[in-house]
Design a binder for this molecule. Structure first.
Ligand SMILES: *Cc1c(COP(=O)(O)O)cnc(C)c1O
Length: 469
């Protein structure tokens, strides 16, 4: 009946009608939102994708992404609905699995990353869980960089181990031989963060992608910190990209969320025995085989939606997806200021007598400067870590004396904030694990927001002076 509903339902084709051989332009054109588009959005630059990607309203439709605040969707016949349940037709039936607002925003993020399909999740944790669990089952094994977000480390090392999945954690700086030696016959994926939170190590994409592909498994990259504005992992060999959209993408500390994007490049059928979930029939959908029916570009996300979202239900609220989209529209403008503030703070700290060590991959001389220049030459992120002289106690005193940087369990939004990882996000780790993750007790993580650069430096200078008193 209403245009919004009908066009929204058609938008699902972005995901479900993707077939082998249909490039992203082709399947977009099948949707009314893209009909008549002269230029393919794939050729747009990142700034334009941030603003206009994903949602293309038709004649007389809302200019802004509509919030479809509905749990359910109405159909004329039960056979119409049966086709949806068999994944034979595209459309929505229940928001626990899919919602049009989410799909518009997921399509934007997929375009920004240069992927073929995307989905939103309720959080970054859910995105990382789904990205691995979609291809690894009990009895399988996954290799992960040890330098990852504490919550992800716990998810892998504790919770997913309880589910029977084994993990080997490797140093992001391991040699090719060490990485190679970590593989087992039952290894199903390699995981890393493009810029690790909070250690700020930068992933050597060439090394990790080469090893993963040599062993016939995909590389999954959490790209939360640089965002696709500064780094697009798919261009460097990543097969699946995940996000905590809670960070820069939303950017205002308003909505927890996550996203998964498929590069559409990994050939599941070529390693059919490794990935039976994608390459053999799914009885819960009358025996469809994802990799056959949805092809390279659509299999991974369709399976994650129709199995994992169905069973776990970690859907993002459409209201949050709307807020996320507002954040995405200005992401390219904000990232510049975050990076400018981050670099200025890193430079200031690196010359300060109360500071032992500064980590900022955009700072010349940083251990990851060269790698960062290779994969994210236009900027990294606004997060700077440093070790205060005087250990844990000095770190606490420093933080108490900040005025602009607020103490928060958060990072990467408009307001500057800081955190002591060893006593918060990484609290569950042992001392050895903390060191392996690059997070000693003296480490403070500063997240530069969008405030004036000079004001931020002055705030930090004053708090460092207070320790000395
Ligand atoms: C915050 C974060 C996560 C977890 O995301 P939530 O949205 O908090 O669930 C995962 N990865 C990275 C790199 C993060 O910074």
């Amino acid at each position: 009946m209403t245009d919004v509903k009908n066009s929204a339902a058609k938008c699902l084709k972005i995901r479900l009608t993707d077939r082998p051989g249909s490039d992203s332009c082709e399947f977009r054109k099948k949707s009314r939102h893209y009909a008549g588009e002269e230029t393919c959005m794939a050729s747009w630059n990142i700034e334009t994708k941030c603003v206009q990607g994903g949602y293309r309203p038709g004649n007389g439709e809302p200019r802004e992404v509509p919030i479809i605040q509905s749990t359910t969707f109405k159909y004329d016949t039960s056979s119409d609905m049966a086709k949806l349940f068999d994944l034979e037709a595209s459309g929505y039936f229940y928001t626990r699995l899919q919602n049009p607002t989410n799909d518009y925003v997921a399509a934007k993020i997929a375009e920004m990353e240069g992927g073929t399909a995307g989905m939103l999740t309720s959080s970054g944790q859910a995105a990382n869980f789904y990205s691995v669990f979609n291809i690894a089952n009990a009895g399988d094994h996954v290799i992960s960089s040890a330098s990852i977000y504490g919550g992800t480390f716990n998810l892998f090392n504790v919770t997913m181990r309880k589910m029977g999945i084994d993990f080997t954690f490797v140093s992001p700086d391991c040699t090719e031989e060490e990485l190679d030696a970590a593989f087992r016959p039952n290894t199903k994926a390699v995981f890393g963060e493009s810029i690790a939170n909070p250690a700020l190590t930068v992933l050597d994409f060439d090394k990790f992608a080469k090893a993963a592909h040599a062993h016939g498994v995909p590389l999954i990259v959490d790209n939360t910190f640089p965002t696709p504005v500064n780094c697009r992992p798919i261009e460097f060999g990543a097969d699946i990209v995940t996000h905590s959209t809670t960070k820069y993408m939303d950017g205002h500390g308003s909505a927890v969320g996550g996203a998964i994007v498929d590069a559409g490049k990994f050939d599941w059928m070529a390693y059919a025995d490794k990935f039976p979930g994608l390459t053999t029939p799914d009885d819960s959908y009358h025996g469809i085989t994802y990799a056959e029916k949805f092809g390279l570009g659509g299999a991974f996300i369709t399976k994650a939606t129709s199995q994992l979202m169905r069973d776990f239900g970690s859907i993002q609220a459409p209201q949050n997806a709307f807020l996320l989209n507002l954040g995405l529209e200005s992401l390219h403008v904000r990232m510049k200021q975050h990076c400018e503030n981050g670099l200025a703070l890193a430079k200031f700290l690196s010359g300060h007598p109360m500071v032992d060590k500064v980590s900022y991959p955009g700072l010349p001389g940083d251990a990851y400067y060269e790698v960062a220049q290779k994969y994210m030459p236009n900027g990294t992120c606004g997060v700077v870590s440093f070790e205060v002289k005087g250990g844990r106690a000095a770190a606490e005193k420093f933080m108490q004396n900040l005025r602009i940087f607020a103490i928060e369990t958060h990072v990467a939004d408009a307001r500057s904030c800081c955190l002591h990882p060893a006593s918060s996000t990484h609290r569950q780790m042992t001392d050895e694990e903390l060191l392996a993750a690059g997070v000693p007790g003296s480490l403070v993580r500063m997240s530069c927001g969008l405030e004036n650069t000079g004001d931020l430096i002055e705030d930090v200078a004053g708090a460092l002076e207070a320790i000395m008193k």
